[in-house]
Design a protein. Structure first.
Length: 229
């Protein structure tokens, strides 16, 4: 099957999975913005998206998308490195029009992956995972399992976490801006009229996503009591 065996097919899979993840980030960011206005309203959303069957199915699907995206990114990186052989000059000496993000896409991806691990530890492991363990009969405290506002305040009141999240979000912005128009190019939507348009669309969408997430980090870092406001 050409999707699995050819380089073009692998790029298509990585592009489609990446665009799906961007849509998820847009939804997740919109959900997080609720926490800026009402901790109670945000907790209602968290409870709705707890350990319910539809939330668990969505979480499994999201995990599959992330795994597919990064596995294929790793495979393509190895293939590109193998194709270059012992010619590092061709790798490091890029044309001026090639942006910095495209030269460091894999490094940015690693930073994004590490940030995701931190995010899962601070939120998913303390919320949905706790509910899953409780449903399985484990002796765990579920007092704050659906209290997303509490976990946001606890996490971002720590300056170290706030800084790490901001660094992660900056890396994610570079990854998204390049990845968006690169995906469009892979899918063939890159004619002379639309090439620059997709680049602008990608920049705008990525900036909205990152600023939305960053607004929550900064707001709760400056005012940890916002969870009870």
């Amino acid at each position: 099957m050409w999707l699995l065996n050819s380089s073009v097919g692998k790029k298509v899979i990585m592009s489609v999975s990446g665009l799906a993840l961007i849509l998820f980030l847009l939804f997740h960011m919109s959900m997080n913005l609720v926490a800026l206005f009402s901790g109670d309203a945000y907790n209602m959303i968290c409870e709705f998206l707890g350990a319910n069957w539809y939330a668990l199915v969505a979480t499994a699907g999201l995990a599959a998308l992330v795994i597919v995206h990064f596995v294929y990114a790793f495979i393509l990186t190895l293939q590109n490195k193998k194709a270059r052989g012992n010619q590092p000059y061709a790798y490091t000496k890029q044309p001026k029009e090639v942006e910095w993000a495209s030269q460091n896409m894999f490094v940015l991806g690693v930073i994004v992956l590490l940030g995701m691990g931190l995010h899962l530890y601070n939120f998913w492991a303390k919320m949905q995972l706790v509910e899953i363990l409780h449903m399985a009969g484990a002796d765990v405290c579920t007092k704050y399992a659906a209290d997303g506002a509490y976990h946001i305040a606890q996490t971002f009141s720590c300056p170290v976490y706030a800084i790490l999240y901001i660094v992660w979000l900056v890396a994610l912005w570079f990854h998204l801006t390049h990845g968006f128009w690169s995906a469009m190019q892979t899918l063939g939507w890159n004619n002379k009229v639309w090439f620059n348009r997709w680049r602008w669309v990608g920049n705008i969408v990525s900036t909205i996503i990152i600023l939305g997430f960053m607004a929550v980090v900064v707001a709760y870092a400056l005012c940890p009591a916002c969870a009870t406001c």
